[in-house]
Ligand binder design. Structure first.
Ligand code: 6PG
Length: 263
């Protein structure tokens, strides 16, 4: 682990004010991971203090894995309240866990058996089941249902962004983008990177307390700039449908590095 990089202040100048929500641009990915981790652990302690638990939903893809690993190894996170944390999956590919494409297969290797999260609080998506989305939705309502109605929502959701503007497994031009009530559904079709998916939907994501979008590297810069211009509809760029702040009860933060924010 390199020495901590001086953190840049929160800034919305690097990409322009059009990115919805707050924008943090780290001098490099380590600074961005550090800011994301600081926000995550602060949210976790706040939720445990208020509700006795913390509901954290993780995305797959490649970008977040060094960050996930750091949560297990970096002394900064020694006080993380893992025993009170529920681990959720934002989306999953409909393959067995031992398939290299499985998000849970990779996430479990990092957190299960290393974090101290009780098995009863680790929630993989049984994505190969015919009723996978329905099963997961029941599990979410059961676990969140122990809270007061106004707080039955995810506390921290970490999203990525594909270079076509998808997030979670919400892909351009798919029916799930218009889901208004279900918290979990299915996504498949010509714009979906195979295999078919199970995914959290906008109703669940947009009810969350804190939604972070982690996008790093020059490969994300063009899409970040296009999102910042904001001329596209969310059916074209699904990341634009992520609006937790609309109900004034959540916040959206972009966690970028300089390479991703300078198209
Ligand atoms: C998935 C992810 C997906 C991911 C983006 C970005 O299951 O693939 O949930 O939404 O976050 O595709 O992926 P990278 O981080 O690899 O660019």
């Amino acid at each position: 682990m390199s020495d901590p990089i001086p953190l840049m202040p929160d800034t919305s100048d690097s990409v322009g004010p059009a990115l919805p929500g707050r924008v943090f641009v780290g001098t490099d990915k380590f600074a961005t991971y550090e800011k994301l981790g600081a926000d995550l652990i602060a949210c976790a302690h706040d939720c445990v203090a208020k509700f006795g638990d913390f509901h954290f939903a993780l995305s797959g893809g490649s970008t977040p894995f060094p960050f996930y690993q750091s949560l297990m190894t970096d002394p900064h996170y020694r006080s993380f309240p893992w025993t009170r944390t529920h681990l959720w999956i934002v989306d999953e590919r409909r393959v067995p866990f031992d398939n290299a494409l499985s998000n849970w297969g990779h996430i479990a290797q990092i957190f299960v058996g290393h974090s101290g999260i009780p098995d009863s609080q680790v929630h993989p998506m049984m994505a190969t089941a015919s009723d996978a989305a329905e099963q997961y939705e029941v599990l979410l309502h059961t676990c969140l249902g122990r809270r007061a109605p106004s707080e039955q929502r995810l506390d921290f959701v970490l999203l990525g962004m594909g270079d076509n503007g998808h997030t979670a497994s919400l892909f351009p031009g798919t029916a799930v983008l218009d889901e208004q009530t279900k918290w979990v559904s299915y996504c498949d079709g010509p714009t979906v990177t195979p295999p078919p998916r199970v995914t959290m939907t906008y109703p669940l994501l947009n009810a969350a307390r804190h939604v972070g979008v982690l996008a790093l590297g020059v490969g994300k810069a063009e899409m970040i700039a296009r999102v910042a211009i904001g001329k596209d509809d969310f059916h074209v760029l699904p990341i634009l449908g992520v609006k937790p702040a609309e109900g004034k009860r959540g916040e959206l933060v972009w966690y970028l590095d300089r390479a991703a924010s300078t198209a």
